[in-house]
Design a binder for this molecule. Structure first.
Ligand code: E4P
Length: 243
């Protein structure tokens, strides 16, 4: 038996999921509890990602309120992973903060920025069996470094790259190609998704997970021919089945 499997069994370390993670999972990119509940009730929610800006948008501040809010998100999501981001930027404080976040619930994934101390923290958490998501990834080089350091997820930011007139989706393709060649077991989490089309492109490019606002998921429902087709079906039914 593999020694990492033995370690998981003996020390109850949350097991990394085996590659490949297929089909692509849907995470919601929000700290809004109503939106999380709506996606869950739709039956398509696999996890949640948050960041300090999303927490601020919900008016969540102060250590106790932040921890309480993460707990509420974890409870809503159930088994799915919830990424909670550290604020610290130095190794010792990242470790302290990450350990505190990981204690909230089993499904917490500690989100670490792609900086030098962050890479050290990724390695540390990997050895401790605490799952991590390396955030603010904008290049394949950064993704390789995060994978090498033992990150469970890397988060390339598609929309923010598109905003600078570069092609965010080609980054997903290149990371997917390199991870497959090198057999890295880090999941590619396509982040900073702005549109339903981004979700389709991320699936084509080989993302393991896509994290997106609820509106992008709901946007996947839309097609004018669906609306006109349904209208006609119902009209024909009611014409032949007058009440
Ligand atoms: C998620 O993990 C990221 O923090 C998020 O997708 C960033 O999205 P934005 O570029 O829309 O802020």
């Amino acid at each position: 038996m593999r020694c990492d499997v033995v370690a998981h069994l003996l020390f109850f370390i949350p097991a990394r999921r085996d590659k490949p993670l297929m089909p692509m999972e849907f995470f919601l990119d929000t700290a809004n509890l109503d939106e999380i509940a709506e996606a869950r009730d739709l039956g398509v929610l696999d996890g949640v990602t948050t960041n300090p800006s999303l927490m601020a948008k919900e008016g969540i501040s102060g250590r106790n309120q932040i921890l309480k809010h993460y707990k509420a998100i974890c409870d809503l999501v159930g088994d799915g992973e919830v990424s909670a981001e550290v604020i610290a930027t130095d190794f010792e404080d990242m470790v302290r903060e990450g350990e505190e976040l990981a204690e909230i619930a089993d499904n917490i994934v500690v989100k670490i920025p792609m900086i030098k101390d962050g890479v050290k923290a990724l390695r540390h958490f990997s050895e401790e069996g605490i799952r991590t998501n390396c955030t603010l990834v904008f290049s394949t080089a950064q993704a390789i470094l995060a994978a090498k350091a033992g990150a469970d997820f890397v988060s390339p930011f598609i929309g923010r790259i598109d905003d600078t007139n570069w092609d965010g989706m080609s980054l997903i393709s290149e990371i997917a190609e390199v991870f497959a060649i090198q057999d890295y077991d880090t999941y590619i989490l396509a982040a900073s998704i702005r549109t339903s089309r981004h979700i389709v492109e991320a699936a084509k490019a080989g993302a393991d997970v896509v994290t997106c606002p609820l509106r992008s998921i709901l946007g996947m429902l839309n097609h004018p021919l669906t609306d006109s087709g349904l209208k006609k079906f119902l009209e024909d039914f009611h014409r032949t089945n007058p009440s």
